[in-house]
Each structure stands twice: as structure tokens, then as C-alpha cells.
Design a protein around this ligand. Structure first.
Ligand SMILES: Nc1ncnc2c1ncn2[C@@H]1O[C@H](COP(=O)(O)OP(=O)(O)O)[C@@H](O)[C@H]1O
Ligand SMILES: [Mg+2]
Length: 234
């Protein structure tokens, strides 16, 4: 479904990513792992078109999207849940959700998708008239995922959804991701939570200082001491 090949990217200075390749098959949940500053966000920002790579290519469903606009990439079905959730605090929960379904392809299906989001996260249904800014961190993460689901993603990319959440909410979020994946949604999950990610991902890719240090099935990565070393920068 997604083929990233030889990707090199940066922000004006030296390269932050160098020659990164990564594939995601339809229906998979793939973990993108690595320590702070390894380049995980940079990679998914390239995939969603927010950052233009310096070299390499990105293909989605067989088509080249390396230089496509973010709005075009969303319409094709790649939707990102950004780091830090980025909900609109002075808008209601409901309006935040509706905003996620405003592309021409998503708009006709907003009512159905809203029901699906409320089934996944009943808490959001209870809180739908409330300002998003009044939600707890865990509820805001549910909202960020719900808003992404309103766009009808074929590939959902999440950037550290468990960051800063209480253990109970971390469980809730991971349970929801497992459920979405079991329903057939393809997921690329950026996380620092190694154990939890490997417990639900079929495969993982470990980035280290902008390069792929290791890649393999979750079982292989769990057994390989280099996976942990990549986090400690050894
Ligand atoms: N907007 C930016 N401008 C300049 N440098 C950045 C920017 N965003 C990230 N970087 C740098 O790129 C490197 C990788 O960052 P990032 O992709 O955010 O890593 P991760 O998500 O794995 O923590 C870091 O050295 C970081 O300082
Ligand atoms: Mg990041």
C-alpha cells in the first residue's frame, strides 16, 4: 500500500533522514520506533506532504505522491493524527469531528462515520457539545483519532498517541487501534512505547539518527538486543 524508498529529508541544515525505506502492506499495523529525535515525525510529515523530501520516492496504492500536496494526499486516503493531538480547543467536540470530514470524498459519509467514531469512543458522544479544550489529555487523543477517522482513511498514521497519557488512557487508545486494525484499517504507528507497540504491530522499523537501524517482525525485534540499544543510543 505504501512504499517509501531512499527518502532523504531535512529542514534547511544537514539531512535529518537519510536513505530511509519502508513498506506497509494493506491491512498491516506497522510500528515506527526510535528514540527522541530519531526522525520519526520527519518521516511521517514527508509521507503526509507537510515536508518535501530532498530525495527518494513515496508511492501510495501504486501512485507516486512524493510531491503531492497535503490536501491531495488526505483525499487519497492518508490521514495523520499529529503529535500533541492538535485539537481545536475553542470548538466543540462535535465540530472538531465534523472538520475531519470536510474533503469532497469524505463529506457525503459524515453521518455514518460520526456514528462509527461514537461507537469506538462512547466518551466522545457524551462530550460532544463540550469545548475540546476542556477534555482531558486522553479524551483529546480520542478526539484526534476520531477526527482522523472522519476523513475515511485507508492508511492512518499516528504520531506518538500515548505520549503523556495516564496508563488507563494508553490502554484505551491501544485497544481502539487494535480494533480498527482488526476491522481492516492499515496503520502506521509512531511510538516510543516499544513493548506496547510490538504487542500489536505485525512488523516494526527502528529509526536511529535518521536511518533505518533495524526492521523485521515484532517477534524478531523483541528478541534482538539491538532494538533496545537503538533507544539508548549505544
Ligand atoms: N521544524 C524543524 N526544524 C528544524 N529541525 C527540526 C524540525 N523538526 C525536527 N527537527 C530536527 O530533526 C531531527 C528529527 O526530529 P523528529 O523527526 O521530530 O524526531 P522524532 O519524531 O523521532 O523525535 C531532530 O534533530 C530535530 O531537532
Ligand atoms: Mg516526533
Amino acid at each position: 500500500m505504501l512504499e517509501v524508498a531512499g527518502l532523504t529529508a531535512g529542514y534547511g541544515g544537514p539531512n535529518v533522514l537519510e536513505d530511509v525505506s519502508l513498506d506497509v502492506e494493506a491491512g498491516e499495523l506497522v510500528g515506527l520506533l526510535g528514540a527522541n529525535n530519531a526522525g520519526k515525525s520527519t518521516l511521517i510529515n514527508c509521507i503526509s506532504g507537510v515536508l518535501r523530501p530532498r530525495a527518494g520516492s513515496i508511492r501510495f496504492l501504486g501512485e507516486d505522491i512524493t510531491r503531492a500536496k497535503p490536501s491531495d494526499i488526505v483525499s487519497r486516503g492518508i490521514v495523520q493524527v499529529p503529535e500533541g493531538r492538535q485539537v481545536f480547543p475553542r470548538m466543540s467536540v462535535l465540530d472538531n469531528l465534523l472538520l475531519g470530514g470536510t474533503t469532497a470524498v469524505a463529506r457525503p459519509r459524515r453521518a455514518d462515520r460520526l456514528e462509527q467514531v461514537f461507537t469506538l469512543f462512547p466518551r466522545l458522544k457524551e462530550r460532544r457539545p463540550q469545548y475540546a479544550g476542556t477534555l482531558s489529555g486522553g479524551e483529546q487523543q480520542m478526539l484526534a483519532i476520531g477526527r482522523a477517522m472522519m476523513g475515511g482513511p485507508k492508511l492512518l498514521m499516528l504520531d506518538e498517541p500515548s505520549l503523556g497519557l495516564s496508563p488507563l488512557f494508553v490502554q484505551t487508545i491501544f485497544r481502539a487501534l487494535r480494533e480498527l486494525n482488526a476491522q481492516g484499517l492499515t496503520i502506521l504507528l509512531v511510538e516510543q512505547n516499544l513493548n506496547l507497540t510490538l504487542s500489536c504491530a505485525v512488523r516494526g522499523v527502528v529509526l536511529e539518527r535518521g536511518q533505518v537501524a533495524l526492521a523485521g517482525t515484532s517477534a524478531t525485534l523483541r528478541a534482538d538486543p539491538r532494538t533496545r540499544q537503538a533507544y539508548l543510543g549505544l
